[in-house]
Write a protein that binds this ligand. Structure first.
Ligand code: SAM
Length: 493
């Protein structure tokens, strides 16, 4: 029996370094990324919660932290594409722990600028340490095959022919489930922009802050290193750093909020009402409180930024017909409701003047015709915010849409009962799926003669390309925002 020192020609004192058993390199970034990908796969963990915790616990900082983030999030986003390539390069189905390592290696080979020898070598080291030598050999062989082609060369091999199956092709090429590609295509009304949309959906979104009027200002956020937003007068982009460290955010005078989320709340406050009174507002599905935080501030202090004359008279072709949006002067109060106690608590923590209640919006605790303005930010599939959670697209399931649709209809119906004649309801989803957006609104309009739909685009005149109306549809590739939907419905006087 040979001892370790006598193995082959490359023993401890020998000259053949290539044959010496290699000690796996210490590689905290890759180990952390692997742990995240495994936890997401194995026990449905949320990457955006787990990764920061692992980085903190393991003291991973700076470039290593950035590498771990890119590895984990990029691998999770691209799973669909990588699995197709891995399948093509494997002679057997890998065990889940091995498959996750292969996904990590494939991401480095196909979408990162890691040199192939480093991508293969570090992944093999990781597998040898975490799983065993047999698996390491298998991973080495598969990754070497993957490294023989670029992603541009693999896609035509592993994806369906775009001429026969354009949706299937896009799904594999851009790492999205097929049903989601299909839903996006239906909502966009065609295929021309699909590649841009899916690419934008694969990019990490900018951290967008909101300076709640009367409580903070964009200038204050600029002093903390942010730059003014593109559309919302209250938005600022933070390119780096932890938003939680900004004083205004820590004090809930400002918050993290996507720009489309700011604009749909702002739009609700800009619609002129008919009849008397504009003092009582309702956010019916308020948790965790992004829109409620902005509505609460505008209700009390008014829309302090207002609109520039240019924005007021520019924007969509219908803005003139609808009447130029006016800045709300303040002096109202917001009631913020959510069916879940812990979500209502978050609203209470982030708002300052709003009354917050735990209420089921479909079984209202208020009398019909109570409110002047109502926000219904309905629970939905969240397909418009896939950029924020890398694994979310693989967790969503189209089977829930019918049930969500029933809830969305009931919430909109009770909101239309709860608004006074001449008042307005904003129906919002963070999803462009037609079954959750236009179909829900269309059904409400068919059922009720006391409701008219306004041209929502006229109330966000700062933004172009919001679709053919009368609703407004935001898109990541057009606006850099989540794919948020807004319909404005007025109860006839
Ligand atoms: C899309 S989220 C709202 C996001 C929130 N408006 C924001 O901007 O931060 C939908 C919310 O509706 C709540 N919800 C679900 N069913 C509800 C119901 N029947 N009545 C009231 N709220 C409900 C959920 O708990 C969830 O917090």
């Amino acid at each position: 029996m040979k001892t370790r020192g006598q193995q082959g020609s490359g023993g401890r004192g020998g000259g053949d370094r290539a044959q010496r058993p290699r000690r796996p390199a210490r590689d905290p970034a890759r180990h952390a990324a692997y742990d995240v990908v495994r936890a997401v796969d194995e026990r449905d963990a949320y990457a955006n919660l787990l990764l920061p915790r692992l980085l903190r616990e393991r003291g991973i900082k700076g470039r290593d932290a950035a590498l771990a983030t890119e590895l984990a999030y990029g691998t999770l986003r691209g799973l669909g594409t990588y699995d197709a390539v891995i399948e093509m390069c494997s002679d057997r189905a890998p065990d889940p722990d091995v498959r996750d390592a292969l996904r990590l290696g494939a991401h480095q080979l196909l979408r990162m600028r890691v040199p192939p020898h480093a991508a293969v070598g570090t992944t093999v080291d990781l597998v040898r340490l975490r799983i065993g030598p047999g698996a390491a050999k298998f991973v080495n062989a598969v990754l070497r095959k993957i490294s023989s082609r670029t992603i541009e060369e693999w896609v035509p091999i592993v994806a369906p022919d775009p001429a026969h199956d354009p949706v299937g092709h896009l799904a594999v090429a851009y790492g999205h489930p097929r049903w989601i590609v299909s839903a996006f295509r239906d909502a966009l009304g065609g295929g021309d922009e699909m590649a841009d949309l899916l690419e934008a959906d694969n990019a990490r979104p900018l951290v967008t802050l909101v300076a709640r009027p009367g409580r903070s200002s964009v200038e204050e956020l600029e002093d903390s290193g942010a730059m003014p937003g593109r559309y919302s007068p209250y938005a600022a982009y933070l390119r780096e750093g932890d938003p939680g460290q900004i004083e205004a955010v820590a004090e809930t005078r400002a918050a993290v909020q996507d720009e489309a989320s700011q604009l749909v709340a702002l739009a609700l406050t800009r619609v002129p009402l008919s009849g008397d009174g504009d003092e009582v507002w309702l956010d019916m599905c308020a948790g965790p409180g992004g829109k409620a935080g902005l509505l609460d501030a505008i209700a009390v202090y008014g829309d302090l930024a207002g609109l520039s004359d240019e924005a007021r008279h520019g924007g969509s072709p219908d803005s003139a017909a609808a009447g130029a949006p006016e800045a709300f002067p303040g002096g109202a109060r917001l009631l913020a409701a959510d069916v879940q106690y812990h979500r209502a608590r978050l609203v209470w923590q982030t708002t300052k003047d709003a009354s917050v209640v735990t209420v089921d919006g479909t079984e209202p605790a208020w009398r019909p015709g109570t409110f002047d303005r109502i926000m219904v930010d309905a629970p939905c599939t969240g397909l418009g915010a896939l950029r924020r959670r890398p694994e979310a697209r693989w967790r969503r399931d189209p089977s829930g849409i019918a049930e969500l649709g029933r809830l969305q209809r009931r919430l909109l119906e009770t909101a239309l009962d709860a608004v006074r004649p001449g008042g307005v309801v904003a129906y919002v989803t963070c999803s462009p799926h037609l079954a959750e957006t236009q179909v829900v609104v269309g059904d409400a309009l068919r059922r009720r003669e006391d409701v008219e739909q306004l041209d929502a685009r006229a109330y966000v005149p700062e933004v172009d390309d919001l679709g053919d109306g009368p609703h407004a549809q935001f898109w990541p590739h057009r606006h850099g925002t989540d794919a948020m939907f807004l319909a404005l419905l007025r109860k006839r006087s």
